[in-house]
Ligand binder design. Structure first.
Ligand code: ADP
Length: 225
């Protein structure tokens, strides 16, 4: 490892829908100076742009189901080859199944992951958070029915329309949480066996969770040097 390499962070964020992954990943990306790579954001951008891939995944996403491993693996393999991601990144939403985790092992064989965070928030808490969640359809800023934008569901940041995500309805949320338990949770022992798992409590104020995450990740990065 050269001097430059040890300053980089290759992180994966696992956690239930509504655990706060997106919010925390944006903050970790800013803190560590790494790109935030969110497969959900990439797919939503493809849907919004009406690309071939977007048309293929729209109905799957709206129903709360998972996009195929094959498609996701191609998307992420291409993304991780871009120059901004060759040394470090904060991966959000990938891997989401054990086959995706196995494939990521292959893709990162020469630059392995430093830390896989399991942002832990109980199911009953996330159900409440998600059904209250509202999001700007233009820039993606998150709001909730408890903390709405200041003006009539118009985004404070960009003026876009603030709406409920189609996959945040109660029916889709229950489907997504069931899939999280059956498909994604097995990645927790998968990464624990590889010695890179870090469980962090995701309850409480967002700023407190950020401080907790940065401290825990810093500890790990230092210990691995
Ligand atoms: P959430 O974590 O709240 O479900 P995301 O924004 O991460 O939201 O993902 C939204 C949707 O995009 C998922 O429900 C799924 O349909 C699709 N998706 C994102 N990442 C993956 C992935 N790695 N594998 C399969 N489907 C994915």
């Amino acid at each position: 490892m050269d001097d430059h390499e040890i300053t980089r962070a290759r992180l994966v964020m696992l956690g239930r829908q509504g655990a706060g992954k997106g919010t925390q990943c944006v903050r970790l990306a800013a803190h560590f100076g790494e790109p935030h790579i969110s497969t959900g954001d990439m797919l939503r951008a493809a849907v919004a742009a009406g690309t071939k891939m977007g048309l293929r995944v729209k109905d799957i996403m709206d129903s709360g189901a998972l996009v195929s491993d094959e498609l996701m693996i191609n998307v992420i393999a291409e993304r991780l080859e871009l120059p901004d991601a060759t040394r470090g990144y904060i991966l959000d939403g990938f891997p989401r199944t054990v086959p995706q985790g196995e494939e990521l092992d292959e893709i990162t064989a020469d630059r392995p992951l430093h830390v896989v965070i399991n942002l832990d928030v109980p199911e009953e808490v996330v159900i409440e958070r998600i059904t209250k969640r509202r999001v700007c359809s233009t820039c993606g800023t998150n709001y909730s029915t408890d903390v709405p934008p200041t003006r009539n569901w118009t985004c404070d940041v960009c003026g876009g329309e603030v709406v409920q995500r189609p996959d945040d309805t109660e029916e889709a949320v229950l489907e997504r949480l069931a899939l999280y338990a059956s498909e994604t949770l097995p990645l927790v022992p998968f990464y624990d066996e590889r010695g890179v798992l870090l469980s962090v409590d995701g309850l409480g104020e967002a700023d407190d969770v950020t401080a907790r995450l940065i401290a825990a990740v810093d500890d790990r990065l230092v210990a691995r040097r």
